[in-house]
Design a protein around this ligand. Structure first.
Ligand code: PCA
Length: 329
């Protein structure tokens, strides 16, 4: 039979269209809010993860990444996934520290200052973090560390006294605590709002990585980068357990496989790009140096105090994790 009549042709075409629509309905689409810009290495890694999931499932599971706090702001993302307004998301673990001291572990200053130690710290704390999030119906897919955190300033710093009263940008409760102990005034600003906060003079210093300094073109507002290597905070990519359970087995497998690959790739890129990021700060005119010895010594002391504070807050569970970490080191 041929469809030469125009009407028949139209009917056939619309039936084909219906077929395509039915296939599209079999597709699961997940919204993925993330806090950092599209060009950030975490976000690029997430986009690749999403592409791999789409490919491995033959387009059946599509993850739409909404970067830079565009769908939900950094501090709303966990709740959005918990509440089912999004299915998958990314947060920085230490951003959750008001919920549980455990989440602050990777921002205890100078506890783990390089990639190797940071991996060990994750190794000993992962299960506990997973268990906390599971109570909220959330499942961790993978975690990746940021480069070591440094101190950015508009002015030269020689001693801790130079920070007195300075408005310093913070991204988590532990960072705020450190700033307080440094004599500064912490101001919470999410990464997506950082450039504006710096250019309007809301803050004149910042504690973050070379990566975020590069992402936000910190050299336009800040002149000094002190490479104090205070800690390597980690992001997690997590999914609603309910959304995960609703997938068929091949899609679950594809998701977990892509997540494992993203974790490995993410840590590698983070470590490999650190020197490049620092170089970019320098090339763009920032003065990049280690902190003067007196300042670094005072920062280390603050780190010791914060480690003690953390251990007290985190109780015996926290102490057990710390013990396991020191044994591994
Ligand atoms: N960049 C993020 C978190 C840690 C980092 O290196 C930020 O500054 O918000």
């Amino acid at each position: 039979m041929t469809f030469s009549h125009p009407l028949l042709k139209a009917i056939t075409a619309s039936m084909l269209g219906l077929g395509i629509a039915a296939a599209a309905q079999a597709q699961t689409v997940w919204d993925m809010p993330t806090p950092y810009p599209a060009s950030n290495f975490h976000t690029e890694n997430i986009q690749q993860f999403a592409n791999e999931v789409a490919e491995a499932t033959g387009g059946k599971l599509k993850i739409t990444v909404h970067a830079n706090g565009s769908l939900f702001k950094a501090n709303e993302i966990k709740r959005a996934v918990q509440g089912g307004q999004a299915q998958i998301g990314e947060v920085i673990i230490s951003g959750l520290a008001n919920e549980d001291a455990l989440y602050a572990l990777d921002t205890v200053p100078f506890l783990a200052t390089g990639y190797e130690d940071s991996r060990k710290l994750w190794q000993v704390s992962k299960e506990a973090v997973e268990a906390r999030l599971a109570k909220n119906g959330l499942k961790i897919l993978y975690s990746v560390a940021w480069p070591p955190q440094g101190l950015y300033s508009k002015t030269e710093l020689n001693t801790i006294g130079d920070l007195k009263g300075m408005k310093i940008r913070s991204y988590s409760p532990t960072v705020a605590r450190m700033i307080q102990l440094m004599g500064g005034q912490p101001v919470t600003v999410q990464a997506a709002d950082l450039t504006q906060a710096l250019s309007t003079g809301v803050v004149s210093a910042n504690l973050t990585s070379s990566a975020t300094g590069y992402d936000t073109k910190s050299w336009e507002q800040l002149s000094h980068y002190y490479d104090i290597q205070a800690w390597l905070p980690k992001n997690i990519v997590f999914v609603s357990q309910k959304a995960f359970d609703a997938l068929d087995q091949p899609a679950r497998d594809a998701l977990l496989k892509a997540a494992a690959a993203a974790e490995e790739r993410g840590w590698k890129v983070s470590e490999e790009k650190t020197a490049w990021y620092i170089d970019q700060l320098r090339t763009n005119g920032m003065k990049v140096e280690p902190a003067p010895a007196a300042l670094q010594a005072d920062l280390l002391k603050i780190g010791e105090q914060m480690a003690a504070e953390w251990a007290e807050k985190a109780g015996p569970d926290g102490q057990a994790i710390l013990d396991a970490y020191h044994k591994l080191k």
